[in-house]
Design a protein around this ligand. Structure first.
Ligand code: GLN
Ligand code: ZN
Length: 752
């Protein structure tokens, strides 16, 4: 074996899995048909890997929704309330992922969280004292046998027990220790079954090892695996890590009886040091993550060779990717609109297989032709540099990053200017992107609908939804973002320096995919981007219309960034562009401007000790640069898509926004305690209901949430809003839910 990957995208080249699954959800497709689509994708993926001469393509990396949820199913960690539904296995699985509301059933989905430092979301496992861990290996074995039928021998993969225990939530006094023995039994059973089926390798993913580890963590890891590995007979075990280096766990890993260890040399800054300093045992195989699984640029073969050349000579290694390729799009061959000159610089999942193949030829067979060919893309002048922009950034001073007057003074001024009631209600920006809207956008794109007709159509939608918001009594309105396909792509398309793909989709969660734009060069804003729509919307109402922008950190975090300049440099370029937009909105009479930093937390280094110097020290000032020049009476909102931020409260306050809303209900408002303890400066709008599921919260349910918020946060610091992402919902459920929200807020307001 000389090449290997950790996982391949499972959405299909044309998002076949998404479309089939969504049809199945609507009862327009049978389970058999859905399973047929899934099978076709798996076979296609294995064949691609085979064609690239990967000896053991990966199996069980396919998932109908999420690989962590699959592991919950493997372990039978299915909360009782889902088992009690008495549905079939797949229906139970989807009920955990999405919740289920029928005439007789009403269960909420399990919470969802970001998968380490990616934009992928996993379903958080729930372990309670009632959980009966019991391995069910059917799915894993079936996929191995399915591949064998096509003549392909695979290496199954699954999330390991340590990462699973670290990611799980615990209810009813359950603790991680309670599950050690049963997890050991489950993974041993799996090893045993694989052995019986003559499977050569098992890949166990333990990305949690790249986080900071204390002695107790390492002890837990050791305890788990010492026992599991006792079951090893002929099936070999690869312990795979990714998203960073294992600097705290390296020696622990070496001391255990793994046959292969997968390390990340792309994001793992210390990986090279670790093997230089401590060596790597001759009796183990190093699965070396050299090809970037998260970005779309061609691998720089010379740089890769430079890394390899620094390893001790006697290492037995396999060339691999830095993480699963599920984080990059499937293939550049679907792109028909980008010039070959541009595409030549990219490698998506399928092309990365080819890169591994070429690297194999260079490293193990001395083929230099590939090396010479590859060098071309890293030597010439790929783009023309914007020198004026570089100078502007160089000349920024501290004043450019400080808004005046101070927060507390602004608060008073804004109170006067905006005259909002107590517990003001608003939404996070988007309204349902219905089929009608998508059809119109597509027709416009294909020139089947004229600019005027399309604009007219959008204006009607905006007007309808403004009316609706007025009817139910929302205080700060939004125009609905109907003109936007996506909160990043929409801006990217209007900024220079970006390039776009047509089919470069990446799974975000479940059936939801995103198509990140690519930062190709230096960024400028040639024209206003949102002013026309916000201005039109404001003209339709007496109420305050909120302007809606995406912040620089999020735009960059949800793009594929350049690798030839720093993230900081690109972020500052974006910040200057968005700053121009903010000031234009203000000039157009928009009094509240929301600058979404949905993804700010996502790119926090996984190790806390790196947070400030490697990220926050430039990301937070970049946000301040965007709004530092607005007037005191203009209220700046921001929004974040996660519930855990106890640990970055000082950083969030340092963004110096006036109001922040955040996604909260799916993690059951667990954030509130920390808000209370930390005396958060910024006003807050924790989402009071979960929009990821079609179920409609009752008025009482929302009142309970408001009550819980008010127990912790002073009433004049609270805004009432749902979670973000209403664009993914249907109109009917959105309207009913929002009417309930407004009613609940009004009830509460009267109490003060
Ligand atoms: N303004 C966006 C919306 O409401 C924010 C989306 C997000 O937070 N991801 O959809
Ligand atoms: Zn959000």
């Amino acid at each position: 074996m000389t090449t290997s990957i950790i996982g391949f995208p499972r959405i299909g080249k044309n998002r076949e899995l998404k479309f089939a699954t969504e049809k199945y959800f609507k009862h327009d497709l049978s389970q058999e048909s859905l399973e047929k689509t899934a099978k076709e994708i798996r076979i296609e993926n294995w064949n691609l890997q085979k064609q690239a001469e990967i000896e053991y393509p990966v199996s069980n990396d396919f998932s109908f929704y999420d690989q962590v949820l699959d592991t919950s199913r493997f372990l039978n960690a299915i909360p009782k309330r889902f088992q009690d539904l008495n549905l079939n296995a797949l229906e139970t699985y989807f009920a955990m992922a999405r919740g289920l509301q029928t005439e007789k059933i009403d269960v909420k989905a399990l919470p969802m969280k970001k998968w380490f430092n990616t934009n992928y979301h996993y379903i958080v496992p729930e372990l309670s004292s009632e959980t009966q861990i019991k391995a069910s290996t059917d799915q894993i074995l079936e996929s191995i046998l399915e591949a064998r039928k096509s003549g392909i021998e695979t290496r199954p993969t699954l999330v390991g027990p340590y990462t699973f225990l670290k990611l799980a939530t615990y209810t009813e006094n359950a603790r991680p220790e309670d599950f050690i023995a049963s997890f050991q039994t489950a993974y041993k059973l799996l090893l045993n079954e694989l052995d019986k089926n003559n499977v050569t390798w098992l890949q166990i993913d333990e990305p949690a090892l790249v986080l900071e580890q204390n002695d107790a963590d390492l002890e837990l890891f050791k305890t788990l695996y010492q026992e599991i590995l006792k079951e090893k007979k002929t099936t070999k075990v690869l312990l795979q890590t990714y998203f960073g280096d294992v600097r705290d766990a390296y020696l622990t890993l070496l001391a255990l009886d793994f046959d292969g260890i997968g390390l990340d040399f792309v994001e793992g800054r210390e990986s090279l040091h670790l093997i230089e300093r401590y060596g790597f045992p001759e009796n183990k195989i190093l699965f070396a993550g050299l090809v970037n699984g998260k970005n779309i640029w061609k691998n720089n073969y010379q740089k890769t060779l430079d890394i390899i050349s620094q390893w001790p000579k006697n290492i037995h290694f396999v060339l691999s990717t830095s993480c699963s390729l599920q984080h990059v799009p499937v293939t550049i061959t679907s792109e028909t609109q980008l010039s070959q000159d541009i595409l030549n610089h990219f490698a998506f999942a399928t092309e990365k297989l080819q890169e591994l193949h070429e690297l194999d030829a260079i490293v193990f067979h001395g083929n230099t032709a590939f090396l010479v060919e590859n060098e071309r893309y890293f030597t010439g002048n790929r783009i023309k540099k914007d020198d004026a922009l570089a100078q502007k950034i160089d000349h920024l001073t501290a004043l450019d990053f400080e808004r005046q007057p101070s927060f507390s003074k602004r608060l008073e001024i804004q109170k006067e200017a905006l005259k909002l009631p107590l517990l003001p209600t608003t939404t996070i920006g988007s309204f349902p992107q219905t089929k009608e809207i998508r059809v119109a956008r597509l027709a416009h794109k294909k020139n089947e609908l004229s600019d005027d007709a399309y604009e007219q159509f959008l204006k009607e939608k905006i007007t309808q939804w403004i009316k609706f918001q007025e009817e139910i009594g929302i205080d700060v309105l939004v125009h609905g973002e109907f003109e936007r396909n996506d909160m990043v792509e929409y801006f990217g398309q209007q900024l220079s320096g970006y390039v776009f793909t047509q089919k470069a989709w990446v799974q975000s969660y479940g059936t939801r995919c995103v198509k990140p734009p690519i930062v190709w060069g230096d960024i400028r804003r040639p024209n206003p981007m949102t002013v026309k729509w916000s201005k039109f919307a404001q003209e339709q109402t007496q109420k305050v219309m909120k302007g809606m922008l995406t912040g620089p950190v999020t735009i960059l975090n949800w793009s594929f960034p350049r690798e030839d300049i720093s993230l900081k440099e690109s972020t500052l370029q974006l910040a200057l562009a968005i700053q121009e937009e903010v000031l234009d909105l203000e000039r157009a009479g928009i009094r509240i401007i929301q600058i979404d930093e949905a993804a700010l937390r996502e790119k926090l280094p996984l190790r806390k000790s790196d947070w400030n110097k490697e990220y926050l020290d430039w990301a937070i000032p970049a946000f301040r640069l965007v709004h530092a020049k607005v007037k005191a009476e203009t209220q700046i909102h921001t929004h974040m898509c996660y519930s855990e931020f106890t640990d970055i409260i000082p950083a969030i306050d340092a963004m110096d926004a006036d109001v922040i809303s955040f996604e909260a209900s799916r993690s059951d408002l667990s954030i509130l305690d920390s808000l209370k303890e930390n005396h958060f400066k910024t006003l807050v709008g924790p989402g009071v209901y979960d929009i990821h599921s079609p179920r409609i919260p009752s008025v009482e349910e929302i009142e309970t949430q408001i009550e819980r918020i008010l127990e912790k946060v002073p009433v004049d610091h609270v805004w009432i809003n749902p979670d973000c992402g209403l664009k993914t919902r249907a109109s009917k459920e959105t309207k009913e839910s929002l009417a309930h929200l407004s009613e609940a807020a009004k009830t509460y307001r009267k109490k003060y």
